[in-house]
Design a binder for this molecule. Structure first.
Ligand SMILES: [Zn+2]
Length: 204
């Protein structure tokens, strides 16, 4: 499965989660989907199509994206964000504490308002990494504001590290195509094996 297919299939409505979901596990091996500046640029372009707010917010970062030559800062930040959300999901920190941490992280950030078709869009004035970080934090803030944070789930595949918003409470997989179908195939092959073993017992 290629990079952009995985990215598209696991896409949430929140950039902060899509950013986290750029690390996946396959055959017990951690795979980073953002290994080169080129991959990050593709991710940003993909993400910019998510909604008007992201389109505008990322457009302010375009010259930074174009001149990027290393991703260390970005991937380190992704680890930091993953730890923060894992702490919340595992009950180590409360929602109130998470809010405080976002507020602290955004303390130095400055924003402007951009009108897009009569809709206000909050855009960070920093146009480099700090601006990107602020956009991700704004989306995390949105996750709390809409209470989607309460529906944040890990994929039911224990080997998968992807997260998603379980809107209906019924969704189990990050993506049916990635983990759901694999589970179906495994269940089917287990069933066939035990049926075959049962048949063999009857024959003896
Ligand atoms: Zn999964």
């Amino acid at each position: 499965m290629c990079f952009s297919t995985i990215i598209t299939m696991t896409m949430n409505q929140w950039s902060c989660l899509n950013f986290l979901n750029t690390t996946i596990v396959r055959n017990n091996k951690k795979i980073d989907l953002l290994c080169t500046p080129e991959e990050f640029k593709i991710w940003m372009t993909n993400e910019a199509q998510l909604n008007d707010a992201v389109t505008i917010q990322f457009s302010y970062l375009q010259s930074w994206i174009d001149s990027l030559n290393m991703l260390k800062e970005i991937t380190n930040y992704r680890t930091e964000l993953a730890e923060k959300l894992a702490a919340f999901m595992n009950g180590v920190i409360s929602k109130e504490m998470l809010k405080e941490r976002i507020e602290t992280d955004l303390q130095q950030a400055a924003f402007i308002l951009h009108f897009f078709k009569n809709k206000k869009i909050i855009v960070p004035t920093e146009t480099h990494f700090e601006g990107f970080k602020s956009v991700i934090l704004l989306h995390l803030y949105g996750l709390i504001e809409t209470n989607d944070i309460e529906k944040l789930c890990h994929c039911a595949n224990p080997d998968c590290i992807l997260v998603f918003i379980n809107k209906t409470g019924k969704r189990k997989w990050c993506s049916m195509k990635i983990c759901g179908n694999r589970h179906k195939v495994e269940r089917f092959s287990k069933k066939s094996t035990s049926k075959k073993q049962g048949d063999d017992i009857h024959k003896t």
